[in-house]
Design a protein around this ligand. Sequence first.
Ligand SMILES: [Ca+2]
Length: 231
Amino acid sequence: MQRSFILAILMALALAVSLGCDAAKTAAGATDKKGASTSKSKDAAKEPAKEAVPAKATGPAKSAAPAKPGKELVKNGSFEEWKDENPADWNVVEMSGNNFKPVKAAKAADAGAGKASAQIPKAEKEGDFVIAKQDLSKDGVKPGKKVYYSARLKAAAPDQAQVVLHFKKGMKREARDARLLHPGSGKWEKLELNFDVPADALPDSFIVFVYHRGQAKGDVLVDDVSVRFEE
Ligand SMILES: [Ca+2]
């Protein structure tokens, strides 16, 4: 009887211990689950942060990437190609009021780049001017995008040489001119302008003009005229 009583007590103890262990296990399991869920939620909290950092780091690089200048829109902007004693793809005319007549530009060995540039002649009369003109293909024009526009010019007097990127915008076809003006240093100068073209700019209205204005002494030379929209 005593033995069975002792056994019963031992069994009861064993059960209590095993129950306690289960309870401890359950508690441990709960802790593990809690711990796991806590660490998961920590990871979850970290994950967006991890994603956010590279996103921020690559963000500017991504937005800077499309800002690369794209396809060249000016044909023979280097003035290396000549045809019938005039630069290929350019019309050179002398403007007198609203009248104009074709004139010859001269191929110059004094180049801003490459082997040749164009010498734009002086107008015959005071107040008139000579322009080399090129219509740009509408295919490469991207309204609402940044345009990279540059030219090399050489002139001896201020206001004597300039390049104008002309276009029209909106229903009323308002004229816009972006002007590169040589300071008259007598040296080759690379002039450039980057700007956002209005979204309502008309793609078929873009023209580049190279001007020789006034009667000041010295040649006006032009080279490397470039118009490129961001890709
Ligand atoms: Ca050239």
